[in-house]
Design a protein around this ligand. Structure first.
Ligand code: G
Ligand code: G
Ligand code: MN
Ligand code: NA
Length: 254
């Protein structure tokens, strides 16, 4: 109850932070980052999203905080666009289904885009299959409208949901993100290996990019490379970190 009460003032008190986790190509160079929200609580320290995202959703605060997340990420994109070593970076932002379904979502985003002048072709929104369980044509229409402005879409946690493949093929997606639960087990479980292989094949036949998340070991990356995956995210390449650390890593790789 206490934590929930504190959520209401977290925005005003500037307790939200974005951390960024590197996404790398086959050579290990950073090509993008995923923005991950952190709550810097005055007494408890960093509270994890596993605890506060459900609270943001149940209180309806997800719309406001989610808008803050997109705005902060867009400002970062606009800033990086002015820096030679950083201007090609993409930022992926997680969008809760509740936030995406809100009737003001598109108009709020328009205002953010105008305020920040972010290069939208480097903004990627991560949605999950659960978005398409209900009101899916509305979700698809919103995606098409954002897509027309250059925004890209990644399907997060792919393989863990219940969406129909026939419907997924009709969505304006750019990327499938292989869920980390499959990646962690890829060397130990032939069932998981088969799921990862099928996902890579599906992405290829639908002409989508594919990225593996949760890559922790060289052996996992080698397996994924051998099976046609060319983009990776995971502790092997870097933990979620403040923007300055991403900037330092990018300068170091040049
Ligand atoms: O960073 P980990 O960093 O612990 O994130 C845990 C979960 O919280 C993940 O499922 C991630 O997708 C979710 N998450 C992190 N940041 C955000 C955010 O800004 N918005 C939403 N909706 N979910 C987020
Ligand atoms: O649901 P989503 O994919 O957005 O969640 C990303 C979550 O995964 C974040 O909590 C992030 O901190 C975590 N994460 C990122 N890379 C790794 C990894 O290599 N191993 C593990 N165990 N978690 C990871
Ligand atoms: Mn994600
Ligand atoms: Na995921």
């Amino acid at each position: 109850v206490k934590l929930e009460a504190d959520l209401g003032q977290a925005l005003e008190s500037q307790q939200w932070r974005l951390h960024y986790q590197p996404q790398v190509g086959r050579t290990g160079h950073i090509t993008g980052v995923e923005a991950l929200l952190r709550w810097q609580h005055p007494e408890r320290g960093m509270v994890s999203p596993g605890e506060f995202i459900p609270l943001l959703e149940s209180t309806g605060l997800i719309n406001e905080v989610g808008e803050w997340v997109i705005e902060d990420a867009c400002r970062q994109l606009a800033c990086w666009a002015t820096m030679p070593h950083l201007r090609e970076l993409t930022i992926s932002v997680n969008i809760s289904p509740l936030q995406f379904r809100d009737s003001d979502f598109l108009s709020r985003l328009q205002q953010v885009f105008i305020r920040t002048k972010a290069p939208l072709e480097r903004l990627k929104l991560e949605v999950t299959e659960s978005l398409f369980v209900e009101a899916r044509d509305d979700a698809r229409d919103k995606m098409l409208s954002l897509k027309a402005q250059g925004v890209r879409f990644s399907l997060d946690d792919f393989g863990t949901g219940y969406s129909s493949l026939a419907y997924l093929a009709q969505l304006p997606l750019d990327q499938l993100k292989i869920d980390q639960s499959f990646v962690h087990q890829v060397l130990d479980s032939s069932a998981n290996a088969a799921i990862v292989e099928s996902t890579i094949a599906l992405a290829k036949s639908l002409n989508l990019d594919v990225i593996a998340e949760g890559v922790e070991t060289d052996a996992q990356q080698a397996w994924l490379l051998a099976h046609g995956c060319r983009a990776f995210q995971g502790y092997l390449f870097g933990r979620p970190m403040p923007a300055e650390d991403i900037e330092a890593a990018l300068l170091a790789q040049h």
